[in-house]
Design a protein around this ligand. Structure first.
Ligand SMILES: *Cc1c(COP(=O)(O)O)cnc(C)c1O
Length: 235
């Protein structure tokens, strides 16, 4: 990967822009920016970019493929960052992810739960797991149906090595994001009645994090706006 001498300045400028956007969205929503965690989604970008982000004060990094995430984690294990696995999780990758991820955002079916639990307990770790909720009927983007979220949350909460963190969603393609994020907030509120500690609402990406913050997102997942466009040949 190219590592231009200007990369740090470029990322710093993008980060300032995103932080400004977060601050503005919080002002409008009457929220404290300290209550919104920025996760830098670094998939397809080199480990060097993660070093730059960490040096600029970013403490949360998101990846979506096990092999890539595992390699970057191994290389950067000394950095003070939390690792978030945000991509669709294949059953045969669950144990692996549980060995290095601090958060898994994409728990969308029951069969992942015992595998994540086994991976975490065997490594002596506690993994924060979020229930991914589907906000449209389109298949393929992952996510449990909203009516199944509660049962999945129960399973996560009961599993050794797993801590129920809350919910995650991706806005439906081609529809206004605000109503979808509103539905996610309702699911989150229902879940919190029986699991008061499950406070995380992971929602919003480069194009819609402002709407997500208005709807109560506690964690936003931003890639392109921080690092630029991903090489479409890679992803
Ligand atoms: C890639 C990705 C993001 C970041 O998307 P951008 O549009 O580049 O900000 C967020 N969430 C998930 C689940 C992703 O896979």
């Amino acid at each position: 990967m190219t590592e231009s001498p200007n990369r740090r300045q470029e990322i710093a400028a993008h980060l300032a822009g995103v932080r400004g956007g977060i601050a503005q969205a919080c002002r409008r929503a009457g929220r404290d920016p300290a209550d919104v965690t920025l996760i830098a989604v670094t998939k397809t970008f080199p480990a060097a970019d993660i070093r730059i982000l960490a040096a600029l004060g970013v403490a949360d990094v998101g990846e979506n493929r096990d092999q890539e995430a595992r390699a970057k984690h191994a290389e950067l294990a000394a950095l003070p960052i939390r690792w978030h696995f945000v991509g669709q999780l294949q059953t045969n990758k669950a144990r692996s992810v549980a060995r290095y991820a601090d958060f898994v955002h994409s728990v969308d079916r029951q069969d992942l739960v015992p595998l994540l639990s086994a991976g975490a307990t065997r490594s002596g770790r506690t993994l924060t797991a979020l229930v991914q909720v589907a906000l449209d009927e389109a298949p393929g983007r992952g996510g449990a149906r909203p009516q199944d979220a509660e049962a999945l949350a129960e399973a996560v909460a009961a599993a050794p090595g797993l801590q129920l963190g809350g919910v995650m969603a991706i806005a439906p393609r081609g529809l206004p994001p605000a109503p979808a994020f509103g539905r996610l907030a309702e699911v989150a509120a229902r879940l919190q009645r029986s699991h008061p500690g499950a406070r995380i609402i992971s929602a919003g990406m480069s194009s819609d994090f402002v709407e997500a913050i208005s709807a109560g997102a506690t964690h936003i997942r931003v890639g392109t706006a921080l690092l630029g466009h991903r090489d479409p040949a890679v992803r």
